[in-house]
Design a binder for this molecule. Structure first.
Ligand code: IMP
Ligand code: MG
Length: 178
C-alpha cells in the first residue's frame, strides 16, 4: 500500500494531535449539553475513535452510512442514506463527524435530514476540508485541516474500499485511479 502513496500529508501523531485539539474544543462548547456524536461510516470510523477519546464530557455515539462515490474518485451527486440513527435525535444536540468535505453534497442532504427529525441543533465536525471543490453550500463548524484538491487515503479514507487501514493520510498516486 505504501508504494501507492505519492506523499504523506499527515502522520499518525499529527492526526492524533488534531483529534485531541478538536476534542478539547468540542468538550468546552458542549459542556452541559446532551451530545450525540454521529459517525458517518465508513470513512469517519478511525477519526471518530480518536475524537471521542479526546472528548471529556459524556456523549452518546451513533452512526449512519451514506455513500456517493461508488468506486470512482469524484462525487456522483446523488447521496444514498443507508442507515438511520437508532439514538433518538429529537431535542438533542447532534454533531456529525465526517472524514472529509469535498463537493459538500453529502452534508447538504444529511444536515436537513437530521434537522427534520427534530434535533435541537445539528453541527458538523470534519477532519479534512477541500474547499476548492465545493458545489453545495455547506460550512463545517469544526475543521481539522484544509487540504488542496488532491485525492487522499488512509486513516479511514478509502479509494474503492482500499487503504482505510493506513495509519497516516497520504495523497494517492494519480496512476492508481486514472
Ligand atoms: P462530498 O459529498 O462530495 O462532500 O463527499 C464526501 C465524501 O466523499 C466523504 O465523506 C468521503 O467519503 C468521500 N471523499 C471525498 N474526497 C475524498 C478523498 O480525497 N479521499 C477519499 N474519500 C473522499
Ligand atoms: Mg465518507
Amino acid at each position: 500500500m505504501n508504494n501507492d502513496i505519492e506523499k504523506i500529508l499527515f502522520t499518525e501523531s499529527e492526526l492524533k494531535s488534531i483529534a485531541e485539539s478538536m476534542g478539547r474544543q468540542i468538550s468546552a462548547d458542549y459542556c452541559g449539553k446532551d451530545l450525540i456524536l454521529l459517525c458517518i461510516m465508513k470513512g469517519s470510523l478511525v477519526f471518530t475513535a480518536d475524537l471521542m477519546r479526546a472528548i471529556t464530557i459524556p456523549i452518546t455515539l451513533d452512526f449512519m452510512q451514506t455513500s456517493s462515490y461508488g468506486s470512482s474518485s469524484f462525487s456522483s451527486g446523488s447521496i444514498d442514506i443507508k442507515y438511520n440513527p437508532q439514538e433518538k435525535i429529537k431535542n438533542r444536540h447532534v454533531l456529525i463527524v465526517e472524514d472529509i468535505i469535498d463537493s459538500g453534497n453529502t452534508l447538504s442532504r444529511l444536515k436537513p435530514f437530521l434537522e427534520n427529525l427534530g434535533a435541537a441543533d445539528v453541527k458538523i465536525c470534519a477532519l479534512l476540508d477541500k474547499p476548492s471543490r465545493r458545489i453545495a453550500e455547506i460550512k463545517a463548524d469544526y475543521i481539522g485541516r484544509r487540504i488542496p484538491d488532491e485525492f487522499v487515503v488512509g486513516y479511514g479514507l478509502d479509494y474503492a474500499e482500499k487503504y482505510r487501514n493506513l495509519p497516516y493520510i497520504g495523497i494517492l498516486k494519480r496512476e492508481i485511479y486514472q
